[in-house]
Design a protein around this ligand. Structure first.
Ligand code: ATP
Length: 498
């Protein structure tokens, strides 16, 4: 990495257990280097649990809001000017670190049991379970950041842990398009550079050298930003993810595809949308979703981020079987408004097809910043209307059942797959994001069932960029050249904007 010494650089000394917080404007970027410019490293720094290698500039862009924390104190050097920056001495990192160490203890005990190694006498009566953690809290409480910190700390322990990170927030846009939820094993610390990839980057059509740190998620398409839009579908997908974790990643104790004990002992961390805590949907729906998640992932620890009432509610409901712990909210968490979230969704979709390039601040001249820069080449192809089977789950705008007039029955159920006809002027297909479903594992028609569409994971996303009614053709933007003729696609409520 080359840099020009004449450019504007600033050096900040961070005391131990403090953090430098920053917020970037839309067109600005920031490079941060931990360690002194003369190459003398002083102290270590981390961004949301991922350690910064000494003397390597890390680039942040696209309205990123983040913090560089140091346990022991360090010097950081910045190029670029955030719109907001300050150092805080009050952070919740010590309690977060304590939570991490208690999970670490659980992992070590679970591993000992899996390997049949001796366990200390004081621990013998306790169930040796890996941490299976549910993180809940209101909007902008720092749930995703906490999940990231805990995942990164686990990965950094050098024990070979690859915890499963589950993203149940459809508005998060983690790994796939916004509207998708899913799970991935995490092998290396998750970087932070833009809000377009809040939970790291999934493997793409990029050359493997560029995506060697990429994640291989199992994604499902919910299709909307808010859980209240179709809570029944959400619940079904949550249960599907829980089921598929067992098949795809977890132990088959006697089977030949048995996963390593360290993999099994790492456990999982489940990030949730704020509607699980304080949603504008009904209280009953909210509780059903929490219950579905606890069942699906066999949750044994709930972390409630900064919400007393929710903590009490969950203690009462689950405290006898599950450890419920209230953890503080960080004062650094930024209130993200609706327009900001819209911009992030747009850049996430754009990054899915075209990759992302963060222009470095003046003076940082290297062409490559590792995972921060990735250029992809999507392909555009023309398909006949009949080449794809397209469905919408439930009616287009689904009022909750509770809002229907008394005695009125739904004509289309919330989880019914309704065919979408591209030749209908009101199809809503133009500019729609479509999830291409994975091919069913069985070709045997006898094993197929009506609601199969709800249970299939996603193999990728495409966008309908043009509809040619007279010729019954549509133009499809897809991330690679692979044919999707004959596949099944599902539309949600996300639209592509250039
Ligand atoms: N200590 C911090 N310093 C600066 N920015 C932070 C800090 N912690 C979190 N943030 C930023 O605050 C924003 C909100 O945090 P986060 O996404 O973790 O909250 P959340 O509770 O998951 O949000 P949501 O309402 O979407 O569920 C993010 O942009 C994140 O990067």
């Amino acid at each position: 990495m080359a840099s020009d010494d004449s450019v504007d650089k600033r050096e900040w000394n961070l005391e131990r257990e403090t953090e430098y917080r920053f917020e970037l404007d839309p067109d600005s970027s920031l490079a941060i280097k931990a360690g002194l410019p003369n190459g003398v490293v002083k102290g270590h720094a981390e961004v949301f649990g991922a350690e910064l290698a000494a003397n390597r500039p890390y680039i942040f862009g696209q309205e990123c809001k983040a913090a560089i924390y140091t346990w022991e104190g360090c010097t950081i050097e910045m190029s670029g000017h955030p719109s907001t920056e300050y150092v805080s001495e009050e952070t919740p990192m010590v309690p977060y670190g304590n939570v991490h160490y208690s999970f670490e203890k659980m992992r070590v005990l679970a591993l000992s049991q899996l390997r049949g190694s001796p366990v200390p006498a004081s621990e013998r009566d306790k169930p040796a379970e890996p941490p299976r953690v549910l993180v809940v809290g209101p909007e902008n409480s720092g749930k995703t950041t906490l999940c990231k910190i805990l995942t990164n700390y686990a990965v950094r322990m050098g024990q070979g842990w690859s915890p499963l990170l589950v993203n149940l927030d459809p508005a998060e846009g983690g790994w796939a398009a916004p509207g998708a939820i899913g799970v991935t094993p995490v092998h290396t610390p998750l970087p932070t550079s833009t809000p377009a990839s809040p939970l790291g980057t999934a493997a793409t059509s990029a050359p493997t050298a560029l995506s060697s740190n990429a994640l291989l998620p199992l994604a499902y398409w919910y299709g909307h930003a808010e859980t209240k839009r179709n809570p029944l579908l959400m619940e079904r997908i949550i249960r599907n993810i829980g089921e598929n974790i067992k098949d795809k990643y977890q132990a088959h104790p006697e089977g030949k595809d048995k996963k390593s004990p360290a993999f099994q002992a790492a456990g999982f961390i489940v990030d949730t949308p704020s509607s699980f805590a304080t949603g504008s949907g009904s209280n009953e729906e909210r509780q059903r979703l929490i219950k579905a998640t606890i069942d699906a992932f066999k949750i044994n620890t709930i972390l409630v981020v900064g919400h007393e009432k929710l903590n009490v509610e969950l203690q009462r409901a689950y405290g006898s079987q599950i450890t419920v712990v209230k953890v503080p909210k960080s004062g650094g968490v930024v209130e993200l408004d609706y327009l900001y979230r819209e911009r992030v969704h747009k850049s996430q979709l754009h990054a899915y097809f075209y990759g992302q390039v963060i222009p470095p601040p003046a003076g940082i001249t290297s062409a490559s910043f590792g995972s921060e820069t990735l250029v992809l080449s999507p392909s555009s192809s023309i398909l006949n209307f009949d080449d794809l089977s397209i469905y919408r789950i439930g009616a287009e705008s689904m009022a909750p059942s509770s809002a229907l007039p008394i005695g009125a029955a739904r004509v289309v159920s919330e989880t019914q797959a309704v065919p979408v006809d591209p030749s209908s002027p009101g199809s809503g297909l133009l500019n729609a994001v479509l999830a291409i479903l994975a091919t069913p594992s069985t070709a045997d028609d006898a094993e197929r069932y009506d609601e199969e569409i709800l249970d299939l994971s996603v193999s990728g996303f495409v966008v309908v960029t043009n509809i040619d009614m007279p010729n019954r053709k549509m133009t499809i933007l897809s991330p690679n050249q692979g044919s999707i003729v004959g596949r099944t696609a599902v539309i949600g409520s996300y639209e592509w904007q250039e």
